[in-house]
Write a protein that binds this ligand. Structure first.
Ligand code: NI
Length: 181
């Protein structure tokens, strides 16, 4: 019997205003290797199921500098596991794109960020990697890295817009709870 055949247990995704979403995460160390290797496939499965294109460890309650990303379609999966990711360079020109977040279900807003970034990270084997990202991947990486510092996409909006969005989320979640009863 291969345990690859067992379904991967999905993780519950924390929703704003959960305090864990506002913490600065600590770096993954050598002692975390087993934990991170176990966590990565569960985070990917949880992200695909949601569905989403990025998920950061604090969104599943783990305050570690780790995220998973996949901007490809279901039949062309290209999972990226980012351990201790760091943006080492970013373009001066910016790009505005509509963002959402699995921790703010149903809420979307335009966010302006650097158009391109250079990212340094460790993969699951602990190998140092560097990639340059533009387009959707660049946006997604920057969004996920923000999570590792307790920053949400709504923090890039004006206070007025942010509060409107957070109030709408609170209302939506209350409605959902009522429907679930
Ligand atoms: Ni997010």
């Amino acid at each position: 019997m291969s345990d690859e055949l067992l379904p991967i247990e999905l993780l519950p995704i924390l929703i704003v205003p959960d305090a864990k979403l506002r913490q600065k995460c600590r770096a993954v160390g050598p002692g975390d290797a087993d934990m991170v290797r176990a966590l990565a496939p569960r985070m990917l499965a949880t992200m695909y199921k949601a569905p989403g294109i990025g998920l950061a460890a604090p969104q599943v309650g783990q305050l570690l500098r780790m995220a998973v990303v996949d901007i490809q379609k279901e039949d062309q999966r290209e999972p990226l596991v980012l351990v201790n990711p760091e943006i080492v360079a970013e373009s001066a020109d910016t790009f505005t794109r509509e963002e959402g977040c699995l921790s703010l279900p149903g809420q979307y807003a335009d966010v302006t960020r650097p158009a391109r970034v250079k990212l340094r990270y460790l993969d699951l084997e602990g190998t140092k990697r560097e990639i340059e990202a533009d387009g959707l991947l660049s946006t997604c990486i920057q969004h996920e890295l923000d999570h590792l510092d307790g920053v949400l996409f709504v923090d890039h909006l004006s206070a007025l817009k942010r509060n409107m969005l957070l109030r709408k989320l609170a209302k939506d979640m209350k409605l959902r709870q009522r429907e679930a009863m």
